[in-house]
Design a protein around this ligand. Structure first.
Ligand SMILES: [Zn+2]
Length: 318
């Protein structure tokens, strides 16, 4: 599901859900002061994501992300890897070692970032397994059997969805869910273009819109979680290891912390009962996101600020 889908569903549910969500939010608001909002940070597409601005290296991008984690005292942050990128961009070799040297774990995002919805499960599984020696090399003795589905594609039919989960379970994998995302990946390419043009006014627009999208998505998922469960579930935030993400990371982590977020590990977040549905294989109606849970329960989505993203970003610095 994209941001557009979220927005459309939000608009459709706006009137029906408004009164109910206000009531639940009032209750949730009282509890917020006591309980911090737990969030696990996860980064996809290591060691190379999206085009780079002129003069910037993959090693610098990783170094900047890792410095921001250190300064914000995030604790361990899972990085999900596509091994083929070390062949495509030899300059990216070193990123995974850097990530590990800073004490952060790695997980599987398949070798080539293969899409399960447009490939057979057999091909997808082979691509997943091809990534394992690199994980074993960097994570010997550690817990690398976590998978993040490329494109968040979990199988285009209920049968394939279930078969993939069964295959992953047999290989000892757990699924890295996504319950918070603001489409961060979409800022990296325009950023590279704007830097190439030296258009710093445009970069300022990118910075402000990125932080606004992050805050809007935090507010939206928290309101939805309150509406569904009367509490904050521990969120799993999907991010990408891109140059703009690296530039923004200190400000983004501060934004979350200023809004009551405390960072936890992926394993701790997914210990919550919300994520226990991970390996239920029997049906279509297994919610892995809050939006899916709302759909299953027939709960209208809370109001959401109009998204700023795709179309506007695509036009910038052309
Ligand atoms: Zn990815």
């Amino acid at each position: 599901m994209g941001l557009g889908d979220v927005a459309r569903r939000a608009r459709a549910g706006l009137v029906a859900g408004w009164t109910a969500s206000l009531a639940v939010l009032a209750v949730a608001g009282a509890a917020q002061a006591a309980a911090p909002v737990k969030m696990a940070l996860t980064f996809d597409d290591l060691p190379a994501h999206a085009p780079l601005p002129p003069g910037v290296t993959r090693i610098e991008v990783a170094g900047r992300l890792l410095a921001a984690f250190h300064d914000a005292k995030t604790g361990p942050v899972y990085g999900f890897i596509n091994g083929v990128q070390e062949e495509r961009e030899p300059d990216s070799i070193g990123v995974l070692s850097l990530w590990r040297a800073a004490g952060h774990p790695l997980g599987n995002h398949t070798w080539t970032h293969i899409n399960l919805n447009t490939n057979s499960l057999a091909d997808w599984e082979a691509d997943l397994v091809r990534n394992e020696p690199l994980l074993e090399q960097h994570m010997a003795g550690q817990d690398w059997r976590w998978v993040r589905y490329p494109f968040l594609s979990e199988g285009e039919t209920p049968e394939k969805h279930a078969a993939a989960r069964k295959a992953l379970k047999a290989r000892g994998y757990r699924i890295a869910s996504v319950t918070m995302s603001f489409g961060d990946y979409a800022w990296n390419e325009p950023y590279a273009r704007c830097m190439a043009k030296g258009d710093m006014a445009a970069v300022t627009v990118l910075e402000a819109s990125y932080l606004k999208a992050a805050k809007d998505s935090l507010d939206f998922e928290r309101a939805l979680s309150a509406k569904l469960y009367g509490r904050d579930i521990p969120y799993v935030l999907l991010m990408h290891a891109g140059a703009f993400d690296a530039r923004m990371m200190p400000r983004l982590l501060k934004l979350y912390q200023d809004n009551g977020v405390s960072f936890v590990g992926l394993r701790e977040a997914e210990r919550d009962r919300f994520y226990a549905a991970d390996f239920k294989t029997e049906a279509t109606a297994v919610p892995t996101t809050l939006e899916e849970a709302a759909k299953v329960k027939g709960v209208a989505l809370p109001a959401q600020a109009p998204p700023w993203g795709g179309a506007e970003l695509d036009k910038m610095c052309r």
